[in-house]
Design a binder for this molecule. Structure first.
Ligand SMILES: CC(C)(COP(=O)(O)OP(=O)(O)OC[C@H]1O[C@@H](n2cnc3c(N)ncnc32)[C@H](O)[C@@H]1OP(=O)(O)O)[C@@H](O)C(=O)NCCC(=O)NCCS
Length: 157
């Protein structure tokens, strides 16, 4: 993640309002949003957009930015002293059952890690995050040196 992305995320750069977003919602949803906006003393649009932005920022942070506190100390000491560590999130890896055990997942994982490493000169990501769907998947990633740091997730630096 670039510095510019992080500045945009943290709201330190003005955001030009050029794009239009429309959504159809149920009457009761709209009434609820309107009531909440009234209570907060904000317009409905402002309330909905700022609420969505807050959740979106949190979601990105949870998945693509690690809190330095979750990284084991022996790895943290090799990283920049920053409370937020930019990371690359890998998509879920699935191999058809009849092809299990033939090294396909290992090949795909190594290919993805090589690509992450190759890009690391241009993209400021210092770790790779994967989301393990179950304990079997967690064991698979740990087999390759990933370190669990949050429920159902593993990190590799
Ligand atoms: C996990 C999964 C991707 C492994 O695919 P695969 O092609 O059979 O794995 P590979 O043949 O490349 O295995 C490579 C190595 O990982 C090990 N391994 C594979 N699955 C493992 C598991 N669940 N736990 C621990 N080690 C595992 C293999 O023993 C092999 O080790 P070796 O190189 O020392 O011999 C596959 O079982 C799958 O699609 N599972 C369902 C989806 C899933 O769990 N995805 C994970 C990400 S959410």
């Amino acid at each position: 993640m670039s510095l510019q992305d992080r500045q945009i995320e943290s709201g330190t750069q003005p955001t030009a309002k050029t794009a239009r977003l429309e959504a159809r919602v149920a009457d009761d949803q709209k009434a609820l949003f309107q009531r909440a906006a009234d209570l907060a003393g904000r317009s409905l649009t402002d309330f909905v957009v700022s609420s969505a932005q807050e959740i979106a920022t949190r979601t990105v942070h949870e998945r693509e930015v690690l809190d330095a506190g979750v990284v084991p100390p022996e790895i943290a000491k090799r990283l920049p002293r920053d409370p937020l560590i930019p990371a690359t999130l890998l998509g879920r890896l699935v191999v058809e059952e009849r092809l299990h055990g033939e090294g396909i997942a290992q090949f795909l994982l190594m290919d993805a890690l090589h690509r992450c490493r190759a890009q690391s000169g241009q993209i400021a990501a210092v770790a790779v995050v994967v989301e393990a769907i179950d304990e079997g998947a967690e064991r698979f990633y740990q087999h390759f040196g990933f370190i669990p740091f949050r429920e159902s997730q593993a990190v590799y630096s």
